[in-house]
Write a protein that binds this ligand. Sequence first.
Ligand SMILES: Cc1cc2nc3c(=O)[nH]c(=O)nc-3n(C[C@H](O)[C@H](O)[C@H](O)COP(=O)(O)OP(=O)(O)OC[C@H]3O[C@@H](n4cnc5c(N)ncnc54)[C@H](O)[C@@H]3O)c2cc1C
Length: 276
Amino acid sequence: MHVDLNTVVELRDARLRETWRPGDAWLGGGTYLFSEPQPHIRRLVDLSRMGWDPVRVTPQGDLEIAATCTIAQLSRFARGARWSAAPLFEQCCRAFLASWKIWNMATVGGNLCNGLPAGPMISLTAALDGVCRLQAQDGSLRETPVADFILGAGVKDLRPGDLLRSITVPARALAARTAFRQASLYGLGRSGALLVGTRDQGTGEFVLTVTASTVRPFRFRFPLSPNAQALEEAVAYGIRAKEYFDDIHGLPAWRRHMTFRFAEEIRRELCEEDGR
Ligand SMILES: Cc1cc2nc3c(=O)[nH]c(=O)nc-3n(C[C@H](O)[C@H](O)[C@H](O)COP(=O)(O)OP(=O)(O)OC[C@H]3O[C@@H](n4cnc5c(N)ncnc54)[C@H](O)[C@@H]3O)c2cc1C
């Protein structure tokens, strides 16, 4: 549903590079921006004509996803890929509570910069060691891991005017085995818990990434396969009670319960079924 943003007085093309003013906001696909009133916004700076390649593989084999890449473009690209982690892309794209219209408009960058706990592109890129490339208004660039970019529910490491340019997923993460679990209170609902496990096929390292049930991503890294107790303790100590998210899509107690259940399922899938 699109609403009129009646405080917005101007739509600018981001290619024009004008001075950033209070009340400016980057416009990705607009699926969030146009879905509810935005009284603080005066100008939208439209990224849709930047002409960035939506997704590309670097000569080193890393995957570079432009902030303007849509969910549909990413899903299509990953369907043809041969990486071990390819199925995770589709699983996360499908975890989006969205119609085909949203799929075709919503951008990966917009999903990260919205910073919702149920942001499936946050789950995907955090779990695959994704790194955000950010450009400040003075043109300077900085990089920060996706898991550190999201600081809380809707809170992200963006200063006024900062532009998320791209997210890079290293080749090593693309070669990992992955396991995915998601729960919603109702069919095709917004994620109440979304957990991803990865297992490095070379070193055997196991990493669990907890999203949607918590206000921000939490990652638990084990150089060797943990047993059930070690994983349970890590999650219990690592996530405090108040860090489980509370909204209409799930009570914190239920989210916590699903987190522990999925964590153990993922551990078994990745650490036991191959007998190691
Ligand atoms: C029916 C429906 C279902 C939805 N389901 C989900 C869901 O399951 N999970 C979820 O997380 N969201 C959901 N959303 C919210 C929203 O659609 C998504 O978060 C989407 O990914 C936002 O992407 P966008 O490109 O449309 O962002 P926009 O609406 O264009 O922007 C979102 C925010 O990010 C900023 N921004 C955008 N691009 C950049 C950039 N490159 N650099 C810096 N800032 C930027 C904008 O200024 C704005 O603050 C849903 C929305 C609708 C209408």
